[in-house]
Design a protein. Structure first.
Lengths: 487, 295
């Protein structure tokens, strides 16, 4: 029997059933609407590019209206001029929002609220110009000569950014991209996690595993949800692109095609890596409600990886940035940013990708073992140690549960004192281990802070280490939460 | 033919299956019996590779079971479960395909089974909109879609109403008559006695009895005599070598050794009472079971 064919059947089922579900369709629509809104709202809230209404009242040079128009045009907007016979009428127009600014006697600008700096510059410049021309005429100087005299010196802005050839726009693009990568990997990873738990909860998993190996089931699920995820990302990206082109709300940074392609590659690599971990951890639980408790460690690692990459955006060429862009668990977050910032040599992404793939292959083997031994277990969530040693009894079935419980009670009743003692030493060991790991984490944080001369990076490193280590210990022994009687 | 050969499985300190050896033959119904927690479910799971064995082999037609052969097996786990939100027909076709069959062939089989079990109109409905009984039927079809040579059913009769029990029994007998090997577990011993030609009894991971039901019953040294009488009861103490198991209200059940003088017993009874019926037979499956499990 062909494993690839079976895996593909599983993947196809995932895609067909999920794309049929109302929840998934709603999430797709919601994501599209959210992206379109995020891109359109700034344009709606800040109509910076639209025409400006300017009111004039009181004594003003006759040329002012025309000059304001010229200046506005030069600044890239259009000005509509309104004349008001009285100050009261003009101010009413400002208060009602019919004009953006009221020019009183070419000397005072009246605003409804805070001054619009761009408009202020346009109007002020126009007043200066008209006044200078008036004075020049009075002093018998040719108006042309004045214009020549006041011709502006062209000044260009150059945004250097942290790396030659990359601008702050690239930096923004990296921030957005890293966030999107985190979002996508965690959303689709969570779908794998929930899928595994749903199959366990509905007990369909036994029917499936009688037909196909556990690894094929997990692989098919990861591929199916991944392809669906890519399709969703694709649709959303197209909508985003169309919106941006139509609305001109934000500048699309001239993101290089190669950067986008690499971002996609790293999404796939990161997704497969984390989905494998999520799938294996999912098999430890029994119901969808267990998702949080079994998958906590993977989520913490993912978020720490995100913050580490985020902190590295400003110095993409540093040794630490290089390190996290090669370490398989952080690479999917960190490497795309370094590529976009032009801080990675051509071979670096390739080497990091190979490293991540190798790590994924290793994880697939480990995850496969955990998944295979834990998937038929029902009842309270397993610890990773139990699943690893494959001593977990595949679920006491419903009718057997009674005798099982009775036996367990008998067991518990007999060696009551003995059981207590081992439990207490277990807990003491566990607390000691957590304390030691916390100490190491603090030391690591301080060391990193000193070495990088950056307190924030030190805090992230230390806190990240402590969070991950604690979660791992809890997962391994399943002594999470307050010390209650266990086993 | 399905063969268990020294199959052993341990879960930590617990030995769930200890050197289990028995066979289930084609064309026959084999009842798999044992108290709760004896290892029935674990044993059935080993057939499908759901449990990694510590020792021993499960064989099909004399060879260790491989993935290719499992494609020709049908399994109904005790913990019933399918995708609740998937449509009935889609789901069954999918499961058939996973067993390695082409969608087209499976679809025909699914449709005919849906028709036969009266579910044809519900084919396009989501599973969770079906009644409990109908969901059970779908679960059964899931085990049958690939037209299996070996059918393993864990407690197929649990939760069924009497009519459904009869229908299920008939179906299993038909499948066996068609040449399939059928192994199923049950606690309903009377039902097993009616349906099965072979039984396997497991207790705490050990196979304590296995073989043809008639042979097993015949091999037991005990024989039972059921009598009905009118009027005065016979003197129960004067019926040696038979002893009374239970008596009352015009009927009684006596026990005696195999080979003892039956005709003498009948004569003695007729001397003392007005005997209406006299039935000499080996122990029932229930008695066999209790004996085997208590030992």
């Amino acid at each position: 029997m062909n494993g690839v064919r079976q895996g593909w059947l599983v993947a196809k089922r995932e895609m067909r059933e999920r794309s049929r579900s109302r929840a998934f369709r709603a999430s797709v629509v919601l994501m599209i609407v959210a992206v379109a809104a995020v891109l359109t709202l700034p344009a709606l809230l800040m109509p910076g590019g639209g025409a400006k209404d300017i009111g004039l009242t009181g004594a003003a040079p006759p040329a002012l209206a025309a000059t304001v128009g010229q200046q506005a045009h030069a600044a890239g907007t259009t000005a509509r001029i309104h004349h008001y016979a009285s100050l009261t009428a003009g101010e009413r127009a400002v208060r009602q929002g019919r004009v953006d600014v009221l020019v009183v006697g070419a000397q005072r600008l009246e605003w409804r609220g805070r001054a619009d700096q761009q408009l202020e510059a346009v109007v002020t410049m126009a007043i200066q110009l008209v006044t200078v021309q008036q004075r020049a005429a009075a002093a018998d100087i040719r108006p042309d000569a004045v214009s020549d005299l006041l011709a502006p010196v062209p000044i260009t802005n150059v945004e250097l950014g942290p790396v030659a050839g990359r601008s702050p726009a690239d930096e923004t693009a990296v921030v957005v991209m890293t966030g999107v990568l985190l979002f996508c990997i965690s959303v689709f990873g969570a779908m794998v996690l929930n899928g595994v738990l749903e199959e366990k909860g509905s007990r369909v998993v036994e029917v499936l595993l009688a037909r196909i190996p556990a690894r094929t089931l997990l692989a098919g699920k990861i591929v199916g949800i991944g392809l669906l995820g890519l399709a969703q990302i694709g649709v959303t990206a197209v909508v985003a692109l169309v919106t941006v082109t139509a609305v001109h709300s934000i500048d699309v940074p001239a993101v290089r095609a190669a950067v986008l392609a690499w971002a996609l590659v790293w999404f796939v690599l990161g997704y497969v890596l984390y989905a494998t971990v999520y799938g294996a951890l999912g098999s430890l639980g029994s119901r969808v409600e267990d998702a949080q408790s079994v998958a906590g460690p993977a989520s913490v690692v993912l978020v720490v990886a995100y913050f580490a990459s985020f902190a590295m955006i400003a110095q993409p060429a540093s040794a630490l940035a290089r390190a996290i862009s090669f370490f398989p668990l952080t690479a999917p977050m960190a490497m795309p940013g370094r590529i976009a910032m032009g801080a990675a040599a051509w071979w670096e992404p390739i080497a990091a990708a190979v490293l991540t793939l190798a790590a994924t292959a290793g994880l697939v083997l480990l995850a496969g073992r955990v998944y295979t031994s834990a998937i038929l277990h029902s009842g309270p969530a397993l610890s990773l140690r139990e699943a690893w040693r494959a001593t977990a009894r595949p679920g006491p079935s419903a009718t057997e549960a009674d005798t099982h419980v009775a036996k367990a009670l008998l067991h518990r009743a007999r060696p009551l004192t003995g059981g207590r003692t081992t439990m207490t030493t277990d807990l003491t060991k566990h607390r000691l281990l957590i304390t030691v790991l916390t100490g190491i984490g603090i030391a690591l944080g301080i060391a990193v802070a000193v070495l990088t001369a950056d307190v924030i990076i030190g805090v992230i490193a230390g806190a990240g280490f402590i969070a991950i280590a604690t979660q791992m210990v809890n997962l391994w022994t399943r002594h999470s939460g307050p010390p209650v009687a266990h086993h | 033919m399905l063969g268990f050969d020294g199959v052993t499985k341990r879960f930590g300190p617990l030995t769930a299956l200890d050197q289990c050896t028995f066979t289930a033959r084609p064309g026959r119904l084999t009842g798999f019996l044992g108290p709760n927690g004896a290892g029935k479910t674990t044993a059935m799971r080993t057939v499908f590779g759901l449990v990694e064995l510590d020792a021993g082999t499960v064989r099909w037609q004399g060879r260790p079971v491989s993935a290719a052969e499992r494609a020709r097996f049908g399994y109904m786990p005790e913990e019933r479960g399918l995708y609740p939100r998937m449509r009935v027909r889609d789901q069954l076709v999918y499961l058939g395909q996973l067993s390695g069959h082409r969608a087209k062939n499976v679809a025909g089989s699914v449709d005919s089974w849906l028709e036969r079990l009266g579910l044809a109109e519900r084919a396009a409905d989501r599973l969770d909109t079906l009644s409990h009984g109908n969901q059970q039927r779908v679960q059964l079809i899931a085990a049958l879609v690939n037209d299996p040579d070996l059918l393993v059913l864990d407690e197929p009769f649990s939760g069924l109403d009497p009519i459904a029990v009869a229908a299920m029994g008939e179906l299993l007998s038909d499948l066996a008559a068609g040449g399939a090997t059928v192994l199923f577990s049950s606690h309903q011993l009377d039902l097993v006695e009616d349906l099965c030609q072979d039984v396997v009894i497991i207790e705490r991971g050990h196979i304590v009895l296995a073989g043809e039901l008639d042979d097993l019953r015949a091999a037991v040294p005990d024989r039972f005599v059921d009598i009905r009488y009118q009027g005065k009861a016979p003197d129960w103490c004067r019926l040696a070598p038979a002893t009374v198991v239970e008596a009352g209200d015009g009927q009684a059940r006596l026990r005696m050794e195999r080979g003892a003088d039956v005709a003498g017993l009948l004569a003695a009874l007729q001397d003392q009472a007005d005997i209406v019926s006299f039935n000499y037979q080996p122990p029932t499956l229930s008695e066999l079971f209790r004996e085997a499990v208590a030992a």
